[in-house]
Design a protein around this ligand. Structure first.
Ligand SMILES: Cc1cc2nc3c(=O)[nH]c(=O)nc-3n(C[C@H](O)[C@H](O)[C@H](O)COP(=O)(O)OP(=O)(O)OC[C@H]3O[C@@H](n4cnc5c(N)ncnc54)[C@H](O)[C@@H]3O)c2cc1C
Ligand code: SF4
Length: 469
């Protein structure tokens, strides 16, 4: 009888990624997670079963060929591995760091049925970092089509659409309102989760592909979309994000020391308040910061405030189980010393004689029945008022799209409730030749969902452009 080879055993535990020690990292803005070295990447890649029908790919909104790039790591063919990823994803160093893989590709990984899933994100990061050290190779581009395309906004949605369209041979100009490309990747997510040099490296790659990036161009003011189309752009993609902060609306919110998360993070990240005095742009922050909210934005504000030397309390109206932030980031924040006050909401902010916030009145909440999406409702507990002392409050309860483009583009239909641009499944708006995607179409979501929409729209725009005489 022929001898059957024993199947190699798959390790149930994923290879851990090294991190800075909590006590050390809570005092600096350097990247928390340190990435895999070659040995660790090879070990983790060896856990992949190389499934014939890989479910992980269907969990990825841009459908990266996961088993193929993991195999390249196993074979130590790193240049081929990163090229494989870049066929679908122009921002792998970003996605490898901030994508919620635990809810997307990794949740579908077969190995996850017997233990921890393959750490797809960490392996993606490994290859992207390898490429940064070894220099990138540009892919082949299609012949020039002679068609001009405008992209509004250089966040993940716009960058992805731009990369795909330029590879298809179109002449792509990207208009960005700020002085720097990257969108939330540059001005929102802090350095300790996503170093800005890494974001700019990915932006450089997209510029090297041939995209003409024009910063300091606020579309709707410097030029409107109808003007761009009159000036020879045959199709436009709007990826202007959701940068307008929402407020609690409770009395006293205009007091000094109360920031929106957007303002706070822009001042810390984009204006480099965290590098004061090297950069002469400090932010005034007190000793006792309260951050209101529970998403990634709230966690980033809380962890940045801790690094600026404050004691921080996160105030969230639901319980820990409902926190919408990434699990990994909640754990990181707690390890760094974050204190949370769950099931509580602000009722009123009180100021001192100089008009600076000094305390806030709050109300305890209780959870009710889940809604149609399974999210538990909350209701206040009558008579449960309490006061918290604070000298700085950061409101991180959500963002909506800035309406400037919508208001200056006749015929562009917008959802009246959320201010999002209405698009079909291919990202087409109600105007011919005008497409949109990312947070401006969905409301605040994720990097990879914005990229997925940018990709779909680029494909539809290409078909539209090529069908035009
Ligand atoms: C603090 C923070 C942390 C986050 N953490 C995560 C995370 O860990 N993981 C994750 O997946 N997602 C995270 N997100 C969400 C994610 O960053 C967004 O969903 C994503 O960036 C949306 O991409 P976008 O391209 O649609 O918009 P944006 O990233 O907002 O980019 C839009 C760009 O358009 C520009 N713009 C706006 N209006 C105009 C105009 N009129 N003319 C020209 N340019 C314009 C803006 O300046 C900006 O550069 C986070 C968001 C924030 C704010
Ligand atoms: S599902 Fe998991 S094991 Fe299968 S190919 Fe994808 S990463 Fe590998």
């Amino acid at each position: 009888m022929a001898e059957t080879k024993p199947k190699p055993k798959i390790k149930k535990e994923a290879v851990e990624m090294r991190k800075q020690e909590p006590k050390v990292r809570a005092k600096n803005f350097n990247e928390v997670a340190l990435g895999y070295n070659e040995e660790e990447a090879l070990e983790e890649a060896s856990r992949c079963l190389q499934c014939v029908k890989p479910q992980c790919v269907s969990g990825c909104p841009v459908e990266v060929s996961i088993p193929e790039f993991v195999k390249c790591i196993r074979d130590r063919q790193y240049a081929e591995g990163i090229a494989k990823i870049k066929e679908k994803n122009a921002l792998p160093a970003v996605c490898g760091r901030v994508c919620p893989q635990e809810e997307q590709c990794q949740v579908k990984c077969l190995v996850g049925k017997i233990g921890q899933p393959v750490s797809i994100g960490r392996l993606e990061r490994y290859l992207a970092d390898w490429e940064r050290e070894h220099g990138f190779q540009l892919p082949e581009k299609a012949k020039p089509t002679g068609k001009k395309v405008a992209i509004v906004g250089a966040g993940p949605a716009g960058l992805t659409a731009a990369a795909d369209l330029v590879k298809l041979g179109h002449e792509v100009t990207m208009f960005e309102a700020l002085h720097l490309a990257g969108g939330v990747l540059s001005y929102g997510i802090p350095e300790f989760r996503l170093p800005k040099a890494i974001v700019q490296n990915e932006v450089n790659y997209i510029q090297k592909l041939g995209v003409d990036l024009r910063v300091g161009n606020l579309v709707g003011r410097t030029h409107t979309i109808p003007e761009l189309m009159k000036n020879g752009y045959e199709a436009v993609f709007i990826g202007s994000g959701a940068g307008l902060p929402q407020f609690t609306g409770v009395p006293g919110e205009n007091l000094g020391g109360i920031y929106s998360a957007n303002e706070f993070l822009i001042r810390v990240n984009l204006m480099k308040a965290f590098k004061f005095p090297e950069y002469d742009t400090p932010i005034r922050i007190g000793k006792h910061v309260v951050v209101i909210g529970g998403g990634n934005v709230a966690m980033d504000c809380a962890r940045s405030s801790m690094r600026l030397g404050a004691d921080v309390c996160l105030l969230y109206r639901r319980s820990r189980d409902e926190l919408p932030a990434r699990k990994e980031e909640i754990e990181n924040a707690e390890e760094e010393g974050l204190v949370c006050k769950f099931l509580a909401a602000p009722l009123k902010f009180n100021g001192d004689e100089k008009g600076w916030v000094k305390s806030m009145e709050c109300l305890a909440m209780e959870l009710g029945a889940p809604d149609e999406k399974g999210r538990r409702s909350v209701k206040p507990i009558p008579g449960s008022e309490f006061t918290m002392e604070t000298d700085t409050v950061i409101v991180a309860i959500g963002q909506t799209p800035n309406p400037i483009i919508q208001r200056t583009t006749e015929g562009l239909q917008v959802n009246p409730r959320h201010g999002t641009i209405i698009v079909d499944e291919n990202g087409k708006t109600t105007l011919d030749g005008v497409y949109a995607g990312g947070d401006v179409a969905t409301g605040a979501a994720t990097v990879i969902s914005a990229m997925g929409m940018g990709k779909k729209a680029a494909k539809a725009m290409h078909e539209y452009l090529m069908s035009k005489k």
